[in-house]
Design a protein around this ligand. Structure first.
Ligand code: AKB
Length: 314
């Protein structure tokens, strides 16, 4: 069967790399990039592109009608930091965008849907270290609340309508190709840009703030591996815990100093993103992903630091 894959939110940090990876696997003309904003050169020139707002049902319907997708990836969302600046919009986009896609996937008999969740589903009362798949979840950002509610909807549609929805709880994603999208973990990308440009970086997260992170290459590979896994192996229909590495700003700075010895790290004060970071896990137990679809990250801190610096230098 020829796969037709629609990626909504294709211009963001994940979408930019996911579209390229999917086009490599499934053929350029079979992966339709969709976004509300004009795409960059690579996405536009390597395959079909459509302007789509995931809150506009008629436009979405015409996309499903035109392409009859076998797989849909819904990446359009407001992240943790930007979500706090506009909570109602974050709720509307993150929740109604998802419900629109789940309903259309049923109407058009889409074989598989992918929707990303996040470590933001955990909250101040979740265990901080090796946070398990199932535990207390009391997110206190609108982003985290929408992701937790979205997870429940995904599982509901799978159980009630037999829709094959799959999802991963992404940690902070580190990448160099596209800018990060307004999250709490974005410092771990800004630090590389400033280290190379200015030799110094002022972190908006305090020393000692340890968070789960992952290199984008691992995240993209893991996402496609989950989507390729046999349906019978997937027991988690809310969203899988997914782990790469964990580090603090000062541990990352020490690693960067191995390549840029003069690099200095300072800290800003009273940034609202600190409260969000303090409510999230320090590390994640991803044993369900490891056991059920053989998840294994390839990038540790030293490998991702080297790759970031080499690529950003270019
Ligand atoms: C954010 O910081 O909001 C995101 C996330 C962890 O989901 N990177």
């Amino acid at each position: 069967m020829i796969e037709k894959i629609v990626v909504l939110g294709s211009n963001g940090q994940i979408g930019t790399e996911l579209v390229t990876a999917l086009r490599r696997v499934y053929g350029e003309s079979n992966v339709i990039a969709c976004d509300i904003r004009r795409p960059d050169y690579d996405i536009k020139n390597s395959g079909p592109f459509e302007f789509v707002n995931v809150l506009e049902k008629d436009t979405l319907n015409s996309i499903f009608q035109k392409y009859q997708p076998t797989q849909v990836y819904l990446l359009a969302a407001l992240l943790s930091a930007t979500g706090e600046q506009n909570p109602k919009l974050a709720w509307d986009l993150n929740m109604n965008g998802l419900l629109n896609i789940l309903d259309l996937a049923i109407t058009y008999k889409t074989a598989k849907v992918y929707w990303p969740s996040s470590i933001a589903v955990f909250g101040p009362n979740s265990p901080k270290d090796n946070t398990p798949q199932f535990c207390v979840m009391d997110p206190n950002t609108v982003y985290g609340i929408s992701k937790l509610a979205g997870e429940r909807w995904c599982e509901y549609y799978q159980q009630k309508y037999n829709l094959d929805v799959r999802s991963i709880r992404y940690p902070g994603l580190i990448s160099w190709k596209a800018a990060p999208g307004g999250g709490t973990t974005d410092y771990a990308i800004h630090i590389f840009h400033d280290a190379l440009k200015k030799g110094t970086y002022a972190s908006f997260l305090n020393a000692g703030t340890e968070l789960p992170m992952m290199y984008m290459d691992d995240a993209i590979r893991g996402t496609i591996e989950l989507m390729d896994a046999e349906a019978s192996k997937i027991t988690i229909r809310s969203s899988y815990n997914f782990a790469g590495v964990s580090f603090t700003p000062e541990i990352l700075a020490a690693e960067i100093r191995k390549h840029i010895p003069e690099f200095t790290l300072t800290y800003t004060e009273n940034d609202p993103r600190q409260n969000i970071a303090d409510s999230w896990p320090r590390s994640i137990d991803d044993s369900f992903a490891v056991k059920e679809w053989e998840w294994k990250p390839e990038f540790d801190l030293s490998k991702l630091t080297l790759d970031m610096i080499e690529n950003l230098k270019k």
